[in-house]
Ligand binder design. Sequence first.
Ligand SMILES: [Zn+2]
Length: 351
Amino acid sequence: MTEPPELRPDQTTGMVCAHHHLYSALARGMPAPPRTPTSFIEILEQVWWRLDRALDADTIHWSAKLGALEALERGCTAIIDHHESPSAIDGSLGIIADACAEVGVRVSCSYGVTDRHGADGARRGLAENERFLSEGGRGYVGVHAAFTCTDDTLERAADLATRFGVGVHIHVAEGADDAGAADRLRHLADDRWLLIHGVHLADDHGLAGTIVHNPRSNMNNAVGYARPTRFANPIALGTDGIGADMLDEFRVAYARLREHDVRSTPDPVWAMLDVNRRLFPEAGDDRVTWSYEPMDPWRLAFSPGVRPLRIEIDGDVVLEDGLPTRVDATEIRAKAAEAAERLFQRLEDMP
Ligand SMILES: [Zn+2]
């Protein structure tokens, strides 16, 4: 295999999103929840845990396809996804992987196991991770969060991940309600784990793994600032389902860091994008040619709107003149909008 050519000043390797929820791509415009949520837990209960219950195979497909398209259009060639669809668990990860493959974007899948729907729901979630990984799928073992799982489920998930030589992809201490997660996970976690959020972790939490910082989502849910530079762990950058525009998330992360410490340079946040690439090394073979040069953190921190003009993934041109080559973006948007209407109707009908 020949080495990819050197990067020009207007090029980078593929951007990686270290934590995404492709299933939320259809959520924009969804009906308002029955009551206005006033806390992080109520946001989960009244928005996301209703949406995920309403998903079926068709809406999983179109949300993944729309999310993959939007990732590609922003220069993100590799997505680390975390999925939950309690009414349609079996085969859900395959649907997501296939939709991303059609668009041409790399994906790592995981099903977020939880005991929220009883022991049988947890068992089926574990089985979906196992099925996907045993068929050669690229992924992690997903867990929603320690606070919605029994110790037995957490141990089973960790064992399954060890068996497949992968990590566990889990939300950790996102809200104050999950601040006790570290004590329940410390003996299970290893360096391959992805610890999402970590807002309420102690500085010396003692968990092995990469912490994934999601600054925009954390602000949106009012869970607090993670102050990610305080941790000894590698720190990656995710969007938590709000698109996959990693340059935009970089700018948000930098603005939030400056608000916390006005002396900070963009470099600690730019370094998070390198951690992302280490989580998905294949993206290093991808080439993104941008509308701006040079692709330098100090400039990009203050340059909204930089967009990819051409993208090669694994040697294939998947975006040319800013347009995807493998799929019809207009058609995907139209079909996704129809699927969203069906999803919204189910939400309206939900008790
Ligand atoms: Zn998340």
